[in-house]
Design a protein around this ligand. Sequence first.
Ligand code: SF4
Length: 414
Amino acid sequence: MSRTLEKLTILSGAAKYDASCSSSGSKRANHNKGLGNSDGMGICHSYTEDGRCVSLLKILFTNHCIYDCAYCVSRRSNDVRRAAFTVEEVVDLTINFYRRNYIEGLFLSSGIFKSADYTMERLVRVAKTLRQQHNFNGYIHLKAIPGASPELLHEAGLYSDRLSVNIEIPSEVSLKKVAPEKNYPDIITPMNYLSDEKDRYKDEKKHIRKTPLFLPAGQSTQLIVGASPESDLQILNLADGLYKQQRLKRVYYSGYVPIATDNRVPVLKAPPLVRENRVYQADWLLRFYHFSVDEIVSEAHPNLDLEVDPKVSYALRHPEKFPVDINKADYEMILRVPGIGVKSAMKIVKSRVHQRLNLDHLQRMGVALKRARFFITCPGSQYQHKDYEAGRLRQMILSSESVARQTPQLSLFG
Ligand code: SF4
């Protein structure tokens, strides 16, 4: 195996723990002199600003690190094979993969070797070389290293599409325990700087047409769920603040994978995957369904219900707001009905101006009636669940869904 290939194996493997872009993980060998192959080594998918799905070369620049974060596979005290690319190697790999149509862009993260600036300078050099020497117009997502100087962050913003500073641990108290060399100001300061710079460039663009792009796909971060004792209420409050104050495009959540034991990590059991999924659903409600955090979780219910999704959980905890009259309720309330998505809610509000909507209309609009029927009234709905207490309604929903899950799909050729 060539040295570059060996580095690629080590550094794409180490990058897979970063959820800010998820890996496809596909593996298919080339047989009988066929065309192309897919070994999944470092190729993952991500979404650009305009919603296109692109495949990216996802690697670390190095997995050497001067820090010793207890939850991280690259931490100083972990006994793993180490490697580091040179700037030229990353540039060559990207260009070669791009020319062969394997990828449409690069996701480059890194451990921290020597110092934050020393590392950031190399990441910036990769992006700058790709843009300036190779006229590369593909997607570039770089990791912004906490503690890097504003000058380097500024350059990174000019040559990349997206930057992410990973918070990882959702509270400062827990961060101190599992990553004592890190601190919140070193993470939040670059986020604030980048969001201010992005605004400044946007304003300048209004007056000077030739103003260059600055972080066109914005910023993202990653929070690890389950490596520390924070509740979903704390995690969602933090994410909500990041969307509003730092105007992040995305917060990614990664269920903690206990990669190697370190007794500084307070919760060593992997959190159920379903918790990560529920946090993503709650995040979706914050961003697209106009929910506030305290409608989803509260001091009385600080953690998401693992049995039902956050919208059903909200509806069960607020029987006074249901059933919702589809022909009269406002848009915000229609959005809160389980089984009604943003598109269907918009269609309902637009079309009820012309006619009274019934169940058939709703079905044609894409409403998931199997779920919505417990929470709405309209002609034909025969709403009967008004007097059911939440526990009984929950059982009805769970049993209707488990029947759906157990019913095998009909065979087309049976
Ligand atoms: S600084 Fe980053 S790469 Fe280094 S140990 Fe901590 S999380 Fe891992």
